[in-house]
Design a binder for this molecule. Sequence first.
Ligand code: MN
Ligand code: MN
Length: 349
Amino acid sequence: MIYIIKKMYKAFGDFREINPDLRGIQPVFNKINIVNEYPDYNNDIESLKLAGIIHKKVRKHLQKKIKPGIKLTEITEIIETKTIELSDQNKTINKGIGFPASLSLNNCAAHFHPLSNDNISFNKDDVLKIDFGTEVNGWIIDSAFSVCFDRKYDNLLLASKEATYYGIKNAAVDVRLDEWGEGIEEVMTSYEVKINGNIQPIKPIKNLGGHNIQKGIIHGGIFLPSYKRETNDKFKEGVYAVETYASTNEDYAKPIEESTLYRLNPSNNNEGNNLLDNIKTHFNTLPFTDRYVESFSNNYKQELNNLVNKECIYSYPPLYANNSYIAQYEHTIYIDENKKILFSLNDDY
Ligand code: MN
Ligand code: MN
């Protein structure tokens, strides 16, 4: 039986109680017939709401199917099949897939996506971050949760969850990002976890964090730190992915293997390149993976690497922290002067 940290429900209850300003947050629980209810292309908020509803339905479906030994490729299949089923195929960019799921195990913090022939599975002793995206009218919902079968990771998951909630609660127009990040670190470091007999303090991974989202662009250029990072920047009106990574050891995650995740660089276009043209047609600026390219191109790898080297394509290699267990939670929100909308909140997280 999958264990999606039951304490999270309780944690959310506490969060409501001690934070009356949560009343300003509008969770979106609409029950609508999704494919018939696509909002107007230019209605950004309604598009995000629908993408959030699809995200919640996809993960609810997924959570019932996760069991020890499940292959990561099976998880991607479940996520993608359900996402496609719930999305209007006449109106999507890449079938409703906002980006390929990151399925990062244990000391891998982010950006692991299995190749089609990978045999890696999610086992009893693992902690897995499931981070996937849904897309409506170009707007991406970016939301992630952590799962494990062993309760020894409880506090690790809770630390990330509470830190992310802190971030959601305190995100508001004109809030300084350094102070906001400092608060996240305070919440995170108030936890410790006992894993295999060792009590370990929990800390945030500092080079990973939230970001703004623009239409069609998953990383809009603003970084939301999980520590007191030196900056004078403040939150402005907009869409943000609020995410934190709780680690038992290292506070820095680095790339050590090849990427399987990519995205078009919209400002560096190499006209007349066949592969690049195909990528643009199939994904526009949405992230993609090798498996998707395989569906329309055979010998693409060398050329893809060339395009990465020429910076026509960004790559996102998996990021690892040494000797660490890592948990992550993430929600997509909108803030302006008057309101805060939390698109991806549901009763699971
Ligand atoms: Mn994410
Ligand atoms: Mn994100």
